[in-house]
Design a protein around this ligand. Sequence first.
Ligand SMILES: [Zn+2]
Length: 188
Amino acid sequence: MMRFLFRRFRRRRYRRVATPRKLKQGDTILHRGERLTLRISEDRNRLQGCETCAGFLDVNLPDANAGSAERGEEVRLEVALWQKREARLVFRERTDFWAEQLKVKYRRLTPSNPRRQWGSCSARDDIRINWRLIMTAPELLDYVVVHELCHVTHKNHSWRFWNMVATVMPDWKARRMQLRQLDPAANP
Ligand SMILES: [Zn+2]
């Protein structure tokens, strides 16, 4: 019971990696551990979408209902769509990089949306990575990727497993501690 209460208490102290439900001009979002300030435009001569530019995220919504109550929601959806697309690209690149370092072969990679996990590796070597890791510092994403790739070889958390993690990532403990401060279920 004490344990339960303690854990409940600890949950509230999580720092959120969340993006609020509505986004407006000048709001910030987290991306790869950096704060990007939103610059929203309605330029009909440019494509709809997001682009990073030195600390800013340019969000172009040519067909937005300017001033309407829904606009903030439209911006949020556009940003979430962009972050999920980025997650797909970045996760693939990092997973292939670390798979080569570790000399392991995984089967499939999917950005996922679990409530309690940062990542998983199935018995069939399918790897899932929580897409919210696109918001955190790159070294935390790398830790999760290395962790799950080592499960291709070791389906447990034995000392052999941790030894394998340490061969490519000697500071894995510090990264894991940092990751534990964050809530994988934080609302995007
Ligand atoms: Zn594990």
